[in-house]
Ligand binder design. Sequence first.
Ligand SMILES: *Cc1c(COP(=O)(O)O)cnc(C)c1O
Length: 357
Amino acid sequence: MITTGQKIAIRRTENSRLPGTDLDNIKFGRVFSDHMVVMDHVDGSWGAPSIVPFEKLSMSPASLVLHYGQSIFEGLKAYRSDDGSVNVFRPQANIARMNRSAQRMCMPQVPEDLFLETLIELLKVDQAWIPGGDEAALYIRPFMYASDEFIGVRPSDTYKFMIFTCPVRGYYKEPVRVRVETDYSRAFPGGTGATKCAGNYSAALYPAKLAQEQGFHQLIWTDAMTHRYIEESGTMNVFFVVDGKLLTPETSGTILEGVTRDSLIQLAERAGRPIDVRQVSVEEIRKSLEEGRLTEAFGAGTAATIAHISAISIGGEEFSLPPIEQRIVALALEKELDDIRRGRADDPYGWLVQVPA
Ligand SMILES: *Cc1c(COP(=O)(O)O)cnc(C)c1O
């Protein structure tokens, strides 16, 4: 196991909430495990990380993050295998992405080894919180925010880095109805679309709410310049199957580089499944739907893995897709990915990092 020489101080809770928690009935994102990682960046360097009971923060009303949103986050999961062992899925990819987000938002880099070491330590401390069984996992939420007490607009001098975790069951159960958005934008060239910065998500709430009022679950975002090319589906990357071939937009700064997306692309390529990673136009999707050649569509992300799309609305015209049972490609990919994460299949990519018991 990697050691950075940093000492991780651990203060354990004296009142575990686990006995009062029904791990079989949990709402996504509302139940938090007993402990969290905290590490402060002061005077240009990180202090020692510590693991402490999950507790409320106290902060100044003048904290920079509250006013200008200098804040980033990540989302990844740990999975329990049938034999009880626990693995984190591709944490290095999330750590690298968080550091890319940090750079774009003028925030300090977190040393990769230290990040991984504190994460593994946290999972060891809270391993009893990691539920077993299909669909279940421990969702891990690392984040960092600007903590200066100052209301001038400039990068903060101090930051807080934290990680907490949530036991989760399934996420979206229902297939989603989506509408292709051509008025509002999530991201634009030169913007922050490729980063998981807090502001991206608050800015997307209003367009999503309008779509929900029209009876859709989610939007499909298009490029901000022409609204002619598909980017993402809500907070997930999007895939289609047209004429039996997988299709997903290429990333070029406005699309979040999803770890799930990358994993599915690698799985498809390795298995010799036909796949195109390129610009995908709205018109191409509309025509494929009209001609019945588009048979599957789904969002891909850590929280839900795959969210099947049951209907797509384009310019007021709604197209229904075939039933979920017929989604051969999506269901096969999801199973292949899940088998690796739960230790049921080989891990030829070295995607799993085991948590020592
Ligand atoms: C996090 C996220 C994704 C999915 O990324 P994963 O690493 O697969 O979880 C896709 N799009 C957006 C906008 C996201 O924030």
